[in-house]
Design a protein around this ligand. Structure first.
Ligand code: GRF
Length: 207
């Protein structure tokens, strides 16, 4: 890692908390990007799954990590979010980047971070909000698929679009092969959008 450290901010940089649920390949792309003259630095990686592989990867890069298991809260999303708050109060992020975070957040939580929360979604929104995006694109016979980074608003996968990257859907594609092609683009798109967003520029990035 760069000597000025992935988790250190000198106070002139924006700080970023990244929320994950799994392997965290997008998280890793974001962490690796936040170095040198980048206008932001990571301050926390947070997971709803204590076993998420991404936590170890973040820790190995010297980034503070925390996990709050959502399962004991059953369907009580607000109680789960209340349990996230001490971690967020401590890290005090300027920006939250959802990166494969598989929990729906309440309107209350989203409003608290209004205009400061991003998400990456594996479709060309407004097409295919929700799950199974790649299967749905193949099923529909789409010639193109891709990914979108958007601002998070209370309605799922519907906030203002801050960037999109496109890939072709190839003959014989399976949801898995298409997902792999899209994921590669996610790793370029999300860092590009975060860099711009952290500098205060919301002009969409199109790759
Ligand atoms: C990505 O495809 C993301 O768009 C989706 O979940 C996947 C997360 O992958 N929401 P990773 O954890 O970043 O590797």
């Amino acid at each position: 890692m760069h000597p000025d450290g992935p988790s250190m901010s000198d106070g002139t940089k924006k700080t970023v908390a990244i929320f994950i649920s799994g392997g965290g390949s997008n998280m890793l792309a974001l962490l690796r990007s936040m170095q040198g003259d980048h206008p932001a630095r990571p301050c926390l990686v947070l997971s709803n799954d204590p076993a998420a592989a991404g936590l170890e990867r973040a820790r190995a890069l010297g980034v503070p990590v925390a996990a709050v298991d959502h399962r004991p809260f059953g369907g009580d999303r607000a109680a789960f979010e209340a349990a996230l708050m001490p971690h967020l109060d401590e890290a005090a992020p300027d920006i939250i980047a959802l990166a494969g975070f598989m929990r729906v957040l309440t309107g209350g939580f989203v409003s608290r971070f209004a205009g400061r929360m991003l998400n990456i979604h594996p479709s060309l929104l407004p097409k295919y909000p929700g799950l199974n995006t790649h299967a749905r694109a193949i099923e529909a016979g789409d010639a193109e698929a891709g990914c979108t980074v958007h601002e998070v608003t209370p309605e799922l996968d519907s906030g203002p679009i801050l960037g999109q990257a496109r890939v072709p859907v190839l003959q014989g594609d399976t949801p898995e092969s298409l997902a792999a092609r899209v994921l590669e683009q996610e790793h370029s798109l999300y860092p590009a959008v975060l860099r711009r967003f952290a500098a205060g520029d919301r002009t969409p990035v199109f790759l």
